[in-house]
Write a new protein. Sequence first.
Length: 175
Amino acid sequence: MQATKTYDATARREGRWWMVEIPDLNGVTEARRLDQVEQAAREYIAVTADLPLSQVAVTFSAIEAAGHDLLDAKALVEDLRAQARKLETLVADFSRELAASLTTADIPVRDVSNVLGVSHQRVSQLVQEAEEVPSHLAEVVRQANADYRHDLLIRGKDGRLHRIVEVVPSEQGKI
């Protein structure tokens, strides 16, 4: 059995067709839709090079339409979706931690629901989730709250923040 050979190809939209160029064979074929481009290129290569279709692979170095590089656009969209998923995770972590923190401070659940823009039932779920599986953000917030709970921040007229640290005696009576 022969190894699969990979050919480079490019595609660009011309009118109602995708024009597919295969530089190694100095050939061009066409397809109606973008999802048909790879198959059209493979079939053209198989016929032209007298190879079984199963031994032909294609990689696209460029796909262009309406002045856009669609490979770059696709990569950007995928990257933005990944970033959005990370932000969604951060928002969920923050919402759980804030709900837990506020309810622990005896803020009514209905008030917390107003702050978070969710139902009071959802606040209860968030608090329960925060107790069951603390997130990394929750651990950071809890540690910061523990480390700086006695600090006071004052914003001056110039907009700068001034931190005043309250000295609290330790359990042994030492400062």
